[in-house]
Write a protein that binds this ligand. Structure first.
Ligand SMILES: Cc1cc2nc3c(=O)[nH]c(=O)nc-3n(C[C@H](O)[C@H](O)[C@H](O)COP(=O)(O)OP(=O)(O)OC[C@H]3O[C@@H](n4cnc5c(N)ncnc54)[C@H](O)[C@@H]3O)c2cc1C
Length: 510
């Protein structure tokens, strides 16, 4: 193994002095995510290449020096996707930030380090958006991170990519793989794009993605309060199956209460976004009044369902919502559509990455088939009932988010507890909240309980055949495959990365 100093000097010659980071606190943060327990070893080096060619040179040098290589976006995941067991060369995508929009051909070529928010801002003047909406954390998280982890829903919106393989070679997928050809189509022979979507970086470092664009469409919204979660689940699934909602999301009361308590500055930003998305001054006033009323209603609803319908005209979108309302009103009461209106006006925010009082937060999720959703939810509830007194004793609470991003349900229980926050949290908090929440002592008992609960929730999902985004090193992937499928995955890994140095351990690939 080459010394770190020799490798660092070699990499400085490739990417420039400022782009090889050796500061110990940055190296510690580079391998951590939002639930870094137990703490992973710090990165060996943090490197910021500015092009595919530089990335290839960094990968080659790191491999020659016998270091594992890990690509990183914003580091805002929570399944140990960056946590190698020995120090790695971490490739940060911050300088892979170009956005090249082909409005007529409805695609954009985007650097892996571009955030969803920057992409949305670049596309807005064209009246376009990415077909793949990206995660809620897209205010800072990257296109490369989402494509590498998979976002619940369809990944059809990724139509090609450029990836640096372990030997330093560069492969292009989709129709752009023919030299100089337009990358406008994903399916051109075997779907090699799919091979790298959701690979957690085990097969290579993505440097560039080609994303399908669609026209922005008018939208209509509705929200409903339920007392019966069974009826809510049935309605949510039926509305998606009938294509009456393009987005359907449900939250429990505890999450609804938190939505009404956001920091004033944060609430103002959301109100500002709602006002600027309104068609007229009157719409804006109505929108703000509705948000104020809606916050109180959310806090009182045992469960609430939030629908968005997008369609070529506002009239059609409203008709879709009217039909959805006919169905929901059989078991629910209509409330102000605060949540879907705010989500549409401001789709990306990382406010939720700590609780309302600065608690640590970590979710677990499972995507289950409609026929399994109710049973999975019942089992989860039984699990939380069993742990109720222990959770109360160490100060851990939970709440639920559910959505139907396709013909399945994503159930996402999340945990909150008062604990020390990390540099990653402090970096993204407002100055006021940094002051309020920094310096708390570590709460080891709560961390241990959350770790145990997360594992039990994961096991519970597995019993209901759930699949997961963000496999990382937390959800079991290779381990759950049958022998033939596991062997295929292992052979792919062996042929792309013979020495298993590309983010070793993710997907259960050692
Ligand atoms: C408030 C909040 C809301 C969230 N909402 C959602 C949501 O709605 N939906 C959702 O799915 N997730 C959500 N997440 C989880 C997480 O933010 C997303 O999964 C996000 O896509 C992670 O992106 P990132 O840039 O931070 O990736 P990172 O955490 O940096 O990386 C994730 C994984 O991808 C790999 N990787 C990153 N970039 C590359 C690359 N260029 N090439 C190869 N591999 C790479 C990494 O090695 C790692 O294994 C949320 C998180 C927070 C904090």
């Amino acid at each position: 193994m080459l010394s770190i100093e020799t490798l660092a000097a070699e990499l400085r010659a490739v990417v420039g002095d400022a782009c090889v980071i050796t500061d110990p606190s940055e190296l510690a943060a580079a391998s951590a995510d939002l639930f870094p327990f137990p703490a992973p070893p710090p990165a060996a080096l943090l490197v910021q290449p500015g092009s595919t060619e530089q990335t290839a040179a960094v990968v080659k040098a790191a491999m020659r020096a016998d270091f594992p290589v890990v690509a990183r976006g914003a580091g805002l995941s929570y399944t140990r996707g960056l946590a190698t067991t020995s120090p790695a060369v971490v490739i940060d995508g911050a300088r892979l930030n170009q956005i090249d929009i082909h409005a007529d051909d409805l695609f954009a070529v985007v650097g892996a380090g571009v955030s969803w928010q920057s992409l949305a801002e670049a596309l807005a003047p064209h009246g376009l958006r990415s077909l793949l909406g990206g995660p809620i954390s897209g205010a800072v998280t990257t296109v490369g991170g989402a494509a590498s982890q998979y976002v619940p829903g369809s990944m059809e919106g990724v139509i090609g990519l450029k990836v640096v393989l372990a030997d330093g070679s560069v492969a292009t997928t989709g129709s752009g793989a023919r030299a100089g050809a337009l990358p406008f189509h994903r399916h051109a022979g075997p779907d090699l794009t799919g091979l790298f979507v959701g690979d957690c970086g085990a097969f290579g470092v993505k440097t560039e993605l080609v994303l399908r664009l669609v026209r922005d469409q008018p939208a209509a919204f509705a929200s409903f309060a339920y007392t019966d979660v069974t009826a809510l689940l049935a309605d949510m699934l039926e509305l998606r199956a009938a294509s009456l909602a393009t987005r359907a999301m449900a939250i429990d009361q505890s999450r609804g209460e938190a939505a009404g308590k956001v920091e004033a500055a944060e609430a103002l930003r959301t109100v500002g976004a709602v006002v600027s998305a309104s068609g007229s001054a009157l719409d804006a006033i109505r929108g703000v009044a509705s948000m104020v009323r809606g916050r109180a209603e959310l806090a009182q609803a045992q469960w609430s369902l939030h629908l968005t319908a997008e369609a070529p005209t506002e009239e059609i979108a409203r008709q879709m919502i009217a039909l959805a309302k006919d169905r929901c009103m059989r078991s629910a009461r209509e409330i102000e559509p605060t949540v879907p209106t705010a989500l549409r006006a401001r789709p990306y925010s990382i406010r939720g990455f700590v609780g309302i009082d600065g608690e640590r937060w970590v979710p677990v999720h499972g995507m289950v088939a409609p026929s399994r959703a109710q049973a999975a939810l019942n089992d989860l509830q039984a699990l939380f009932d069993r742990y109720e007194s222990e959770m109360t004793r160490v100060g851990v609470r939970h709440s639920y988010l559910m959505s139907a991003p396709g013909p399945f349900v994503t159930i996402e229980p999340m945990f909150f507890w008062v604990d020390a926050l990390d540099a990653l949290h402090l970096k993204h908090l407002s100055a006021r909240n940094r002051e309020r929440f920094a310096g708390r002592p570590p709460n080891h008992d709560a961390r241990q309980l959350v770790a145990r609960l997360r594992a039990e929730v994961r096991d519970c999902f597995e019993r209901h055949d759930a699949v997961h985004a963000q496999a990382g090193r937390f959800y079991r992937h290779a381990e759950r495959l049958d022998a033939g499928s596991r062997a295929l995955l292992a052979r792919l890994k062996d042929s792309l990365d013979a020495e298993h140095r590309m983010n070793p351990g993710v997907l259960g690939l050692g």
